[in-house]
Write a protein that binds this ligand. Structure first.
Ligand code: ADP
Ligand code: MG
Length: 140
C-alpha cells in the first residue's frame, strides 16, 4: 500500500487505519529519515489503540510502554548500530504482550520477532509525505 499525506493529522489517520488490524505480539517497523514522520505515525496508531498519554519520541530512553485498550510499546533504536544479545535482553520485555512499534529497526535486523507490517515514510515537500505499508501475509 502506498499513499501520500499533506499534514501530520493525515499521517496519524493512516496509522490509525493500520492499528485496527494490530493485536498484542505484533511488531511494526517504522523507517525513514529524521523528520520523516515516524513518531507522528506511531502517535496516530497509539491514539487509535486507546493510549491517552502524550506520545513522544523515546530517543533518549530507547522505549516507552503505554497502556491503552492494549499495551503499546514504542522503541527508537536510533543510537544502536548492531544490537548485542545483552541489549536485546533489555528490549525484549517491550515486545511481551504488546503491540510494538520500532523506529530505526535496521539495528535490530535479525533479532526482532516476526514483523507484521513495515512502514516507510519519505519527504515529498514541507508538509507532504509518502507512506508505504508492506504487510506480512494475513494471519491464518
Ligand atoms: P521522525 O520520528 O521521523 O523523526 P517526527 O514525527 O518526530 O519524525 O517529526 C515529523 C515532523 O514533520 C513533525 O514536526 C510534523 O509536524 C511534521 N510534518 C509535516 N507534515 C507531515 C506529514 N504529512 N506527516 C507527518 N509529519 C509531518
Ligand atoms: Mg522519531
Amino acid at each position: 500500500m502506498e499513499t501520500e499525506t499533506s499534514s501530520p493529522d493525515e499521517t496519524e489517520a493512516v496509522a490509525a487505519r493500520l492499528a485496527e488490524d494490530l493485536r498484542p505480539g505484533d511488531v511494526v517497523t517504522v523507517s525513514g529519515e529524521l523528520g520523516a514522520g515516524k513518531t507522528t505515525f506511531v502517535r496516530g496508531a497509539c491514539r487509535a489503540l486507546g493510549v491517552e498519554r502524550p506520545v513522544t519520541s523515546p530517543t533518549f530512553t530507547i522505549g516507552h510502554r503505554y497502556e491503552g485498550r492494549v499495551s503499546v510499546s514504542h522503541l527508537d533504536l536510533y543510537r544502536f548500530t548492531n544490537l548485542s544479545h545483552a541489549e536485546w535482553g533489555d528490549l525484549e520485555p517491550y515486545f511481551d504482550e504488546a503491540v510494538a512499534f520500532v523506529e530505526w529497526p535496521e539495528a535490530a535486523a535479525g533479532v526482532l520477532p516476526p514483523v507484521r507490517a513495515r512502514v516507510r515514510l519519505r519527504h515529498i515537500a514541507r508538509d507532504r509525505r509518502a507512506i508505504t505499508i508492506e504487510r506480512a501475509d494475513p494471519r491464518v
